[in-house]
Ligand binder design. Structure first.
Ligand code: LMR
Length: 302
């Protein structure tokens, strides 16, 4: 199941010379599946007949900027990108929003492209998912591959809830509950959670730039799973449209859930037991998303 790719790279006009450098690097990778790279500053070129859109560009927070100012700038960007998807892309397009605040930007893009199903939109929490997986793996001294079914609930922000209540680790060929293997509930309910929640900020502090390689890897994981499906018995995390969920998360949000994917269609994993500890954390991140959404929607008409 190998699909050759044509990559279309959209940027604003002053960035086109920089984009040329990216094009050269992509060519120089001699990637076997990359058949074409097209740089452009025109939405009608970039969005035409797209199968997959990865929206990475957003307004980063600058010094002295309030969260609200940031949201306002991003509502303008994602309203315009949603409208371009509506106008030019295939109705089957799968849209992944990465630019922060990713969940709310994704919701605005979805609302601005009414003829594309809401289910086609998702936001990236796979990076947080991979971070959680890796933290547990390092703690157990096993490869990250041997850790499965961590969950990221909610917002791709510091209120997200990395949950290991359904996570298993594979040791000597046997799946064991993460809690039983780690044997340190205080860590799993404390520093583990805050490390994952704060990881983006920690990377920025160390690199003076936000995560790049790990974000790119997570984007590849996310899109590959949409195209090829999730392995039997495993779920992954992604921000998806919340309406109709059975976990009591308010409707009309892009909220990160555990999902399985088949035939390019995601499904929220139902029936997972939620204890009071988890419930409170899932509700807190939902409350933040409701507030972000309401503020963002108030800017939509402006
Ligand atoms: C990350 O999680 O690494 C980024 O979303 C952090 C950021 O604010 O750019």
């Amino acid at each position: 199941n190998i699909t050759p790719l044509a990559l279309i790279l959209l940027d604003i006009p002053p960035m086109l010379p920089v984009l040329e450098g990216v094009v050269m690097e992509l060519q120089d990778c001699a990637l076997p599946l990359l058949k074409e790279v097209i740089p452009t500053d025109k939405e009608e070129v970039a969005f035409k007949d797209l199968d997959a859109a990865i929206l990475v560009g957003s307004m980063p927070r600058k010094e002295g900027m309030e969260r609200k100012d940031l949201l306002k700038a991003n509502v303008a960007i994602f309203k315009s990108q949603g409208a371009a998807l509506e106008k030019y892309a295939k109705k089957t397009v799968k849209v992944l929003v990465v630019g922060n605040p990713a969940n709310t930007n994704c919701l605005i893009a979805a609302k601005s492209a009414p003829s594309i199903p809401k289910e086609n939109f998702s936001c990236l929490t796979r990076l947080d998912h991979n971070r959680a997986r890796s933290q547990v793996a390092m703690r157990c001294g096993i490869p990250a591959d041997n850790v499965k079914n961590v969950i990221i609930w909610g917002n791709h922000s510091s209120t997200q809830y990395p949950d290991v209540h359904h996570c298993t680790v594979n040791v000597q060929g046997k799946d064991v509950a993460a809690f039983d293997m780690v044997k340190d509930d205080d860590w799993l309910k404390g520093d583990f959670i805050s490390t994952v929640q704060q990881r983006g900020a920690a990377v920025i502090k160390a690199r003076k730039l936000s995560s790049a390689m790990s974000a790119a890897k997570a984007i590849c994981d996310h899109m590959r799973d949409i195209w090829t499906g999730t392995p039997e018995g495993e779920f992954i995390s992604m921000g998806v449209y919340s309406s109709g969920n059975l976990y009591g998360v308010p409707d009309d949000l892009i909220y990160s859930f555990p999902v399985t994917i088949k035939d390019k269609t995601w499904k929220i994993v139902d029936g997972l037991a939620i204890n009071d500890f988890s419930r409170a954390k899932m509700d807190a991140t939902a409350a933040e998303l409701v507030e972000e959404r309401d503020t963002a929607i108030s800017f939509l008409g402006v």
